[in-house]
Ligand binder design. Structure first.
Ligand SMILES: Nc1ncnc2c1ncn2[C@@H]1O[C@H](COP(=O)(O)OP(=O)(O)O)[C@@H](O)[C@H]1O
Ligand SMILES: [Mg+2]
Length: 469
């Protein structure tokens, strides 16, 4: 049985990668808990990211509001409809049932027309009124489940939960999966949204109530900590600390080996301390470093930053523990010159060949490597097309050679599409930005599924010279 990613950050890790393909999942929650958002997020990501067409069935008479709400989340449903990747069907529950039960009916025609893989029905609660009695209601749901299953559609059946606690026994029983969304009152003051997977056929699920947020780009889930610790133990991946306390806690020990991390910064944010701390910790853990610096972080800057961390760049170079790829003609600190690969005059083709060759011979059988890669520089010097064309390939290569990489990039300069692509390609993404008088830092993606709140970055007098609060 295949797996269908949910499109919701943090949710897939709770059930071994996503929904089982072809399964019928019940999503239950009170009004306003985010069921519609979850359903649309599932379809939108399926269509936009995985090229899987979806159908959204709504029993609202005029779904205009739905289009507007989703557009506010950045999801242009009309565009997907034009591309044949989405259909929003608005009809009465009775007609829908009539049509889906009919083998040559409207619904089946639509499904074939767009080669539909995912379906969301919002909501099945309205079926209740069409059925003669409870028994008829059950039989009808059972039939619907069988039809969806037969067509190998991965489906979300949304169920409204009223204020009174109704029986959920039967629906939970016939569905392959059951997800409950709740809005909980905590300590009188706070309300927190929680998601719990009560059932997922054929999957080991991560139990418990996991907190989620409704954000400007949909639902984000923050898996409960106990579960994250399990995961870290499970994959037993070696980690090297970044040296920033809170960040290492969030990343369950630091950067994982053979992974690519992206640091998204804007020009005002000070990211140099973070880079210096990460580099220093890697060097102490025995890694060798290959650095591609920018015009904003010069070799002299790095030299100073490492010195503040108690490391001598000259010594590292003499011991062949640090190498550089250099796009600019500029001086290097003492003893570093022999380890500088000057690529300033090279066209893209020659650059690519030489860098690959050189890295290959450097890295082969010589221990662990850490690459610091300023993607802004590559974009500025080699063009955006070059940078994006080879990024996925290069990160795969980096991982295959057992290396770990930190990539610096400014998402706001490269546009949302390239940013989304980079985010998908990297194992972890850390964002830092300045807003008003404060700098913030946030983990927005990590291999262990953690996403964090924004933390305020405070400068401190001693190494690592920054602290997250
Ligand atoms: N960007 C956002 N940030 C916070 N809350 C939001 C955002 N967008 C929508 N919401 C909230 O999400 C809820 C609507 O979610 P919806 O998916 O329609 O829930 P349901 O279908 O369960 O009724 C509303 O309470 C709305 O205020
Ligand atoms: Mg709704």
């Amino acid at each position: 049985m295949g797996t269908v990613p949910t499109g919701v950050r943090g949710l897939d890790v709770l059930m071994e990668g996503g929904f089982p393909r072809g399964s019928t999942i019940m999503v239950e929650g009170a009004p306003g808990t985010g069921k519609t958002t979850l359903g649309m997020q599932f379809l939108y990501h399926g269509a936009a990211m995985d090229g899987e067409a979806g159908i959204y069935v709504t029993f609202e008479e005029f779904p205009d509001q739905l289009y507007r709400d989703m557009l506010a989340l950045g999801w242009d449903l009309r565009k997907l409809e034009a591309e044949g990747l989405l259909r929003v069907i608005s009809m009465s529950p009775d007609i829908f049932l009539e049509q889906i039960i009919d083998p040559g009916g409207l619904v089946e025609k639509l499904i074939r027309e767009i080669d539909c893989k995912r379906v969301v029905i919002d909501s099945i609660s309205l079926f209740r009124y069409g059925a003669a009695d409870e028994e008829g209601h059950r039989r009808m749901l059972y039939r619907l489940r069988n039809i969806l299953r037969r067509m190998d559609l991965t489906s979300l059946l949304i169920k409204e939960r009223g204020t009174t606690r109704e029986e959920t026994g039967f629906e939970a029983y016939i569905a392959d999966g059951f997800i409950q969304l709740q809005l909980k009152q905590q300590m009188d003051k706070y309300r927190v949204r929680t998601l719990e997977i009560l059932k997922m056929r054929g999957r080991r699920i991560r139990e418990g109530e996991h907190v989620y947020r409704l954000t400007d780009d949909g639902i984000r889930l923050i898996p409960a900590r106990s579960m994250i610790e399990d995961l870290a133990l499970l994959n037993g991946q070696e980690k090297v600390p970044t040296g920033i306390g809170v960040l290492d806690e969030l990343l369950e020990g630091g950067f994982a080996q053979e992974s690519v991390y992206l640091l998204d910064t804007n020009s005002k944010a000070n990211y140099k301390y973070l880079i210096a701390s990460v580099l220093a910790n890697r060097v102490r853990a025995g890694d060798k470093v290959l650095a591609l610096l920018s015009s904003f972080l010069t070799p002299q800057d790095l030299n100073k930053m490492l010195a503040l961390q108690g490391l001598s760049m000259s010594e590292m170079a003499q011991e062949d523990r640090i190498f550089f790829i250099e796009h600019y003609t500029r001086p290097y600190p003492k003893d570093c010159e022999p380890n500088v690969m000057d690529v300033s005059g090279l066209d893209n083709l020659a650059y690519r060949r030489i860098v690959q060759e050189k890295i290959g011979t450097l890295v082969e059988g010589s221990g662990n490597w850490f690459i610091y890669y300023d993607l802004n520089t590559v974009i500025a010097e080699r063009g955006k097309d070059y940078a994006t064309k080879y990024f996925a390939e290069d990160s795969a290569g980096v991982k295959a050679l057992g290396m770990t990489m930190m990539v610096l990039c400014n998402f706001s300069e490269i546009g949302p599409e390239v940013s989304a692509f980079l985010e998908r390609t990297c194992n972890g993404v850390i964002r830092t930005w300045v807003d008003g008088a404060y700098q913030y830092m946030q983990v927005i993606k990590s291999p262990n599924g953690v996403i964090s709140e924004p933390y305020v970055v405070e400068t401190t007098a001693q190494a690592p010279f920054m602290r997250l609060i």
